[in-house]
Write a protein that binds this ligand. Structure first.
Ligand SMILES: [Zn+2]
Ligand SMILES: [Zn+2]
Length: 141
């Protein structure tokens, strides 16, 4: 059974729709890397990896920012030019296949619970591990 999820930025200038064949087509993860800390403005990034074809903007057009992630790979981030909310990202490798959508931009973030954590070596000391998820010291893709 296909499922449809909706989401938006804070001011709702941007709205989007995700259509999945099953929730198993989405992989939600935390990422503790330094880039995610900066991009999210918090101590970790939280995104759900979905097929590119599953994602569609239904309102508005995002602003894009592309930059080398510091490791020789260009990462593109899309966000609202009005309120600044961060909607999604993708690296050069994933560009044609996947989108990493910020979980908090979903209207119902509980729909896609986390399956794992990346860059746990950079986890802040006070941040607990999420139980029953895979743990990777580094590498996100
Ligand atoms: Zn907005
Ligand atoms: Zn990261």
């Amino acid at each position: 059974m296909t499922i449809t999820l909706t989401g938006s930025c804070f001011c709702r200038s941007l709205e989007y729709k995700i259509t999945l064949n099953s929730v198993d087509d989405a992989r939600t993860t935390l990422c503790h890397c330094g880039n995610c800390k900066k991009a999210f403005g918090t101590n970790y990034g939280l995104t759900s990896k979905i097929p590119k074809s599953a994602f569609q903007y239904t309102k508005g057009k995002p602003k894009e920012h592309a930059m080398d992630n510091g490791g020789g790979s260009v990462v593109t981030r899309e966000f609202c030019s009005e309120c600044g909310s961060y909607i999604l990202e993708y690296g050069a490798q994933a560009k044609n296949d996947f989108r990493f959508v910020t979980l908090g931009s979903l209207d119902n973030p509980t729909a896609l619970p986390p399956k794992g954590e990346f860059f746990t070596k950079d986890r802040l000391d006070w941040m607990p591990q999420i139980p029953n998820t895979f743990q990777k010291r580094e590498i996100k893709e």
